[in-house]
Design a protein around this ligand. Sequence first.
Ligand code: HGY
Ligand code: MN
Ligand code: MN
Length: 412
Amino acid sequence: MTNQPDLSLGRRVMAMIEDLAQHTDEYGRLTRLYLSPAHRAAADSTLEIMRKAGLSAHIDALGSVVGRLDGSNPSAPALLIGSHIDSVVDAGRYDGNLGVVLGIVVAEALKAEGIVPSCPLEIVAFGDEENVRFPTNLSTSYAFAGRYDEAWLDGRDADGIALRDALIAFGGDPLGVAALARDPARYRGYLEVHIEQGPQLEAHDLPVGIVSAINGITRARAHVIGEAGHAGTVPMNMRRDALAAVAEMIGIVERASSTRTDTVATVGVAQVQPGAINVIPARVDFTLDARSPDDAVRHAMVQDIVTECEAAAKRRGVTFAIEPFMESPATPMSKDLMAQLEEAVRSIGVKPMQLASGAGHDAVAMANLCPSAMLFVRCKGGISHNPAESITVEDADAAARVLLTAVKRIVA
Ligand code: HGY
Ligand code: MN
Ligand code: MN
């Protein structure tokens, strides 16, 4: 008799992931931005899967899909399990979706084993974790935590569509946002399972790991304005080349982050105008994403970047302006829930390893509502935000067994 798991939970997870992966806004690659038609289709599909799993389920005013098992005492503080079903552009299929699917598979497994939780179990598919479409930050999970900033409704996407209008077109309700705030007394904790999106678990040959803290993030938009000119006639020492200035600034960003411990900083978007081969670039708009496990270090790094970019701009005769639009604090996870996850990891014969999260997650917002913890799942090569993102059915099964074990202990 081998004590090898039968992988049935893992297979169920992978099947649901495939189901959801078909909902994309771009043919041939997975792009599912908040409130897009693909997000609506994925939300409807998640609603159906939740209901088939025996959960009462609905889509809330901001587009989150919320499933619930009442348990034997519906008025007891509930346990929340969740993650997000929105994606970046040309995304992998596990980022976010895995945590939602695992919550549903665990709810299914409890019912299949005839286990009635002592408290309600809520499974949530948030919709705006990636913050790719609107200048918001974890808006749908912050709504649960009662920290939704109504000004976010006026944020606009690259096509100038206001979040409020996209929400109405999605079938949501801008007037229903305040009612989404949960009473902290009614929640005992939030658990989120997510791919690691990094190389550590693979390097340690571990299928899962426990998140100790989530790094803080500063995101900003920068604008550099020089002067367009003829690429053939303007001498090099007489140019005000916006793109050459930004090239120097990107070097400043790289140096500021690589000379500090555990910090990262990225220029992910750069738009050049007018963008012609024989015209000296007049303007460049670019983004900054700066992160650290320590908020003071992050703020100092961003300040250094701004100071050095201003000096470079002055030297080059271009203007430089930068507007931070998102701040997310470094967030430690709940020690009690981490201990529950560690016990559950041990119970499947895996050595518990703690690791910090360089990526942001809905757990940052949910930690404002109730004790929160995260379980990471190994992903191949640590690759994420990339269609090559992948996990094995064995690791999906291990994560499902860990989560099921932890949930059984918490809701016993
Ligand atoms: O960017 C992040 O950290 C997350 O994947 N949204
Ligand atoms: Mn994610
Ligand atoms: Mn992501």
